[in-house]
Design a protein around this ligand. Sequence first.
Ligand code: CO
Length: 298
Amino acid sequence: MTLDVDLEAEQYEKHREAGRILARVRDEAAERVEVGASHLELAEWAENRIRELGGEPAFPVNISVDEEAAHATPGIDDGTTFGEEMINLDIGVHVDGWLADTAVTVDLSGHDDLAAASAEALDAALELVEPGVETGKIGAEIESVIDGYGYNPVVNLTGHGLGHWQQHTPPNIPNRAVAQSAELSAGDVVAIEPFATDGAGKVSEGSDEEIFALETEGSVRDRSARQALEEITERFRTLPFATRWLESRRPEMALRRLKQQDIVHGYPVLKEQDGRLVSQKEHTVIITEDGCEVTTRR
Ligand code: CO
């Protein structure tokens, strides 16, 4: 059988390199999560470690706690520390715009089985991945494993394709059985990320927002907003970034203006209801001729 894609091509080598760097940083970062440790120090440590190993962060290190599922990252001068909580670390690396994306739960709350539910769902999903598999079948498997633990998958968060300088491209990989679905093909690079919860399984937007991305090109008159826009376009292109990453002056005010003009959009923190917990596990894979290669596994 011949493939119409060359999995030895440079872009795949860069995906693999991003995955190798990321797998290491994820594990090292997870070891640093302990009661009393600082969110901001951990995020900055991991982001710097990525650079030290030859990659760039593909998005700000996400540190989601308890009912938070995604898009939480420390703000400038954030003093938050870890408690006896369920913590999800979601980290991304790119090498020349070719991405890897991974997540793991570090549970300090005593709910091992909830963390195990998303981890086992991911393992089961990865077993199914090969050319021609429908994404809905992967979702059904994820749902069934999490259901077996007595929990719910978060149905309005999905896995996704990874494009060049793009963190979310089609196809979506659902976390439940859905009728209509795309098929995976050899050469696709996708992130699969089951979320399990003891809540209803549907997250909604909170009010905090620390992660942003360029939406469209545009021009602004305000000087600090213009400087920030130049910096964003040059350093991050369309990849997500954190307020604390901006070196330009008065970043918070600049971002407010860029948002008002729809040049930049924010990612509000996504959460389950208060008092509920969310676990998450994620790997990035390259679809091969007869299965998949997990780039973010050590
Ligand atoms: Co992802």
